[in-house]
Design a protein around this ligand. Structure first.
Ligand SMILES: Cc1ncc(COP(=O)(O)OP(=O)(O)O)c(N)n1
Ligand SMILES: Cc1nc(C(=O)O)sc1CCOP(=O)(O)O
Ligand SMILES: [Mg+2]
Length: 202
């Protein structure tokens, strides 16, 4: 298992994938929740071209068939997506898999599909989406890491640059975020600040 870059931004456009990859991000997720297949194809293709140009890896959230078609590096799936996804097809086409977890049951289910990383969230409250889970707290990162060992763990939910070191110290291998970068006045500059703060391992 190749180590995940510690800085893992989640964005909703190929343009932002491009800008963050150009700024130095080496793992970026394209998370588009409402779009028709033609637009999704264009966005994924453009995001992938930008990642290839800058030596970054692209994660596609939800849209696993288009991710296979376009040759993305990773797919990220939520628990509700696992039933409908053709996981053997992902493996056949060489895509790696990230799975969301929010409680012990979901962690056990995620581990059962042998993902390349699991995510735990929301660590802190998040404004991005309504979630039925209470904030996990930093302590649960350590609990998850002790449970999964060398399987990479991504922390997500309310994570800011200021909060990130606590997540990494608690055992997260990477930190994922939306608002702290996407809602910043200058997302590429914020990405560079993240990369500087997380050091060469980012
Ligand atoms: C790195 C990472 N972790 C968790 C999520 C959430 O994914 P999911 O459960 O599929 O929910 P949506 O993002 O689709 O609303 C993620 N996207 N990335
Ligand atoms: C997309 C997502 N998934 C979560 C989970 O817990 O599975 S929390 C989250 C939102 C992350 O956005 P922000 O960094 O702005 O809080
Ligand atoms: Mg999803």
């Amino acid at each position: 298992m190749n180590r995940l870059p510690r800085f893992y931004p989640v964005v909703d456009s190929a343009a932002l994938v491009r800008d963050l990859a150009a700024a130095g991000a080496r793992l970026v997720q394209l998370r588009i929740k409402q779009a028709d297949d033609d637009r999704l194809r264009r966005e994924i293709a453009d995001a992938l071209a930008a990642c290839r140009r800058h030596g970054a890896q692209l994660v596609v959230n939800d849209h696993w068939e288009l991710a296979i078609e376009q040759g993305a590096d990773f797919v990220h799936l939520g628990q509700e997506d696992l039933d409908g996804a053709d996981l053997p097809a992902l493996r056949r086409h060489g895509l790696r898999l990230g799975v969301s977890t929010h409680d012990r049951h979901e962690l056990a289910r995620a581990r059962g599909v042998r993902p390349d990383y699991v995510a735990l969230g929301p660590i802190w409250p998040t404004a991005l989406k309504a979630m039925p889970w209470a904030p996990q707290g930093v302590g649960r990162i350590g609990e998850w890491k002790r449970a999964i060992g060398t399987l990479p763990l991504v922390a997500i939910g309310g994570i800011t640059l200021e909060r990130a070191p606590a997540c990494l110290a608690a055992g997260a291998d990477a930190v994922a975020m939306v608002g702290d970068v996407v809602r910043h006045a200058d997302p590429p500059a914020r990405a560079r600040a993240w990369l500087d703060a997380l050091g060469s391992l980012a």
